[in-house]
Ligand binder design. Structure first.
Ligand code: NAG
Ligand code: NAG
Ligand code: NAG
Ligand code: NAG
Ligand code: NAG
Ligand code: NAG
Ligand code: NAG
Ligand code: NAG
Ligand code: NAG
Ligand code: NAG
Ligand code: NAG
Ligand code: NAG
Length: 550
């Protein structure tokens, strides 16, 4: 891709916009504040005084404009997680790649179209780990009415079908995330100082609400081992990299065609986003441990932002030498999702918008019907426990077929890789119950609890099988042979050093998108791809990588 072809693509894009697309405008002011989402007060970064930030609601085909004013003392950008940015790669929100960071006191206006895109997405800061200081929110693109939904098998008649469509339209977004009592810069600094991966969080939140729950030692121990039966000390050693999870191979069929999209730029910089559509392709036995969304598994984000995936402790790190943490239970309010019993169905848009913890989600006494993954409709799966890696999204339909009441929506950290912590958070789904504030009991019956505190399903309960996720109507990977196949070996060799093949990534001062004026243009980690071609990308995680990208 050359800058002139980029300009041409932009030009074509601007003049081909559909005339009936609505322009949806939002204004974000990002600023400091203080909040106690789990009962413990700390400094946070907020958007318009909210955490999560305002939900962006648009219809398929709309134009979206978000004015972002940065009133933080630090730089920021906003990344629209999962959106393709076809024709507008400069709106992807990745510093060093697509834009300069937004300096304190200055502003930036994001403008893009969601033509031919639909479903549930999220946005977050893409600078350092600031999204975990609460700069994140939901983005919903209501699918065009003409899109075929996968609800047919759930509806016994047309009234039920319209109830399902109504529930889908009225879906509640639930942002789940792990939470710490220290700001991300403090954790980042400690990690630098000690080389010890910060593998404990303080609580789990749903839409910015949760509690500190100090679990008994016997339950805390139920997470160690990851089925490997290793004591904690050994699993925190990098020797975990010799376990069965290490050889993570993923392939993605990419196209550099049509328009200049963010994904294309991704290839040019080895910022590789994987998509749900690629799931069935070339996934190894450790598929469930591989982020299948457009989560930042990139050298870009990990090297310079430490924004998401778990990283390992330093070799030889001794967990028992860590100071014990004081844990005090809190009783702060939980998120309550009111649903309509008469309607019969409740839809939830779930995202793991956290920093390090893989989560498992379950609603007591109910089945959940997964109907979309990373925004796109999939063939239905009825499950009781749903595992969600950092960055991933699932939309689920719940049949309100139990006694009217209040039920716990549980989300637990699923021990894996560097994150062996056992911790559970809860929200409440209520239908036709009196206000919970007046003391109505939440049903908490172990016979209808599908999940252990460590996120494992109880015996004989169905879990989502990600290898069975199938695109529903379209969204198929390109057919035909690839014009080009690229294989990369990715490795974390230092706290913030990520190496692609043998070249360490460093964030360019001038974004790569700016072309040959960028200091990243000639970097060994920038790969120049032929325009409008189909490319297969195979990524391998080095066996000795500090983080095995679980
Ligand atoms: C946004 O920044 C520009 C300078 O780049 C400035 O002229 C403008 O007044 C700013 N707008 C707001 C609303 O702060
Ligand atoms: C704290 O809460 C957890 C989970 O609800 C409970 O198991 C534990 O007993 C509580 N600890 C104290 C000291 O109250
Ligand atoms: C969760 O705890 C159960 C019971 O102790 C144990 O069998 C299971 O292996 C644990 N799951 C994980 C992922 O550690
Ligand atoms: C991409 O290539 C296909 C044929 O392989 C062609 O039909 C299409 O017009 C090309 N698109 C662009 C934008 O050049
Ligand atoms: C950690 O791993 C290294 C080699 O990978 C080994 O030499 C060392 O003994 C291990 N430390 C512990 C505490 O297991
Ligand atoms: C780890 O630290 C504990 C407490 O400081 C110590 O007793 C133990 O010997 C250490 N283990 C190793 C392998 O260094
Ligand atoms: C829509 O959702 C809200 C809760 O978010 C609920 O109170 C309302 O009853 C729902 N409406 C319908 C028609 O289901
Ligand atoms: C609940 O759903 C019924 C049936 O669709 C509808 O008549 C009623 O208005 C809804 N209630 C609320 C509070 O939205
Ligand atoms: C699980 O299912 C198997 C086979 O259907 C059955 O033998 C077993 O008793 C069940 N276990 C539990 C805990 O329900
Ligand atoms: C940089 O790109 C511009 C625009 O494509 C081109 O005119 C110029 O020759 C390039 N310069 C170098 C040193 O490659
Ligand atoms: C790319 O790597 C080679 C060594 O393999 C090195 O000589 C060269 O300077 C590197 N290029 C850049 C721009 O860093
Ligand atoms: C990792 O190790 C396995 C065997 O232990 C080997 O087959 C595989 O090629 C190695 N993978 C990489 C990427 O080095």
């Amino acid at each position: 891709m050359t800058p002139s072809s980029l300009a041409l693509a932009l030009f074509i894009f601007l003049w081909s916009g559909s005339s009936n697309a609505a322009l949806r405008s939002y204004s974000f002011t990002i600023h400091q504040g203080s909040r106690a989402p789990d009962g413990v007060s700390r400094e946070v970064y907020l958007i318009n005084s909210q955490q999560p930030g305002p939900q962006i609601d648009v219809d398929e085909g709309d134009d979206v404009e978000v004015f972002v004013k940065n009133q933080l003392p630090v730089e920021t950008t906003i990344h629209w997680h999962g959106l393709l940015q076809r024709g507008t790669p400069e709106m992807d929100g990745v510093p060093g790649v697509s834009q300069l960071p937004i300096a304190p006191g200055s502003n930036f206006t994001y403008k893009f179209s969601v033509k031919n895109e639909y479903g549930f997405y999220w946005y977050h800061s893409h600078f350092r780990a600031y999204y975990n200081d609460a700069i994140r929110g939901a983005l919903m693109i209501y699918p065009a009415p003409s899109r075929i939904r996968p609800f047919e098998s759930l509806a016994s008649n047309s009234a039920e079908k319209s109830a399902l469509l109504q529930a889908e339209r009225n879906a509640t977004s639930v942002l789940l995330n792990d939470w710490t009592h220290s700001v991300s810069d403090t954790i980042y600094a400690q990690y630098f100082e000690t080389g010890t991966y910060p593998f404990c969080v303080d609580s789990l939140l749903a839409n910015g609400l949760g509690r500190v729950q100090c679990l008994p030692e016997s339950i805390l121990q139920a997470g160690t081992g990851l089925g490997l039966n290793l004591p904690l000390e050994e699993t925190t050693n990098t020797s975990v990299a010799s376990g069965p999870m290490t050889m993570a191979t993923m392939a993605k069929r990419m196209s550099t065609g049509d328009t200049v999209s963010a994904d294309n730029i991704a290839q040019a910089t080895t910022l590789v986003h994987t998509s749900m559509a690629s799931m069935p392709v070339g996934i190894s036995s450790s598929a469930e441990t591989i982020p299948s969304s457009t989560m930042p598994v990139s050298a870009v984000s990990m090297a310079s932002k430490t924004s998401s995936a778990a990283m390992s402790a330093m070799p030889g790190f001794n967990a028992s030498s860590m100071a014990p943490e004081n844990c005090v239970n809190t009783t702060s309010p939980l998120l309550t999702i009111d649903s309509n019993y008469t309607q019969g169905w409740l839809a939830l848009n779930l995202v793991n918008s956290g920093a390090v913890s893989q989560l498992a989600v379950s609603l007591d006494a109910h089945s959940i019907f997964v109907y979309a993954a990373d925004g796109l409709f999939v063939e239905l799966q009825e499950v009781k426990v749903l595992s969600i890696a950092v960055g991933q999204r699932y939309s689920v339909m719940i049949k309100l077929d139990q006694q009217p009441g209040a039920y716990l929506l549980r989300f637990a950290s699923y021990p894996g890789g560097d994150m062996q912590q056992v911790i559970e958070g809860q929200a409440i789904v209520s239908y036709n119950a009196e206000s919970l504030d007046t003391g109505v009991e939440v049903l908490d019956d172990s016979a209808s609890t599908w999940m252990l505190k460590n996120g494992s399903a109880v015996a004989n309960v169905t879990e989502l099988d990600p290898t069975l996720l199938r695109p529903f109507e379209g969204n198929n990977p390109r057919s035909g042979p690839a014009g080009l196949t690229k294989t990369f070996l990715v490795s974390q060799t230092g706290i913030v050093t990520w190496v692609v093949d043998r070249y360490p990534y460093s964030e360019p001062t001038i974004p790569v998108l700016y072309g040959n004026t960028s200091d990243g243009w000639q970097a060994n980690t920038t790969i120049h791809m032929p325009f409008n071609s189909t490319v297969d990308i195979v990524m391998m995680i080095a066996n000795d990588s500090m983080d095995t990208v679980t």
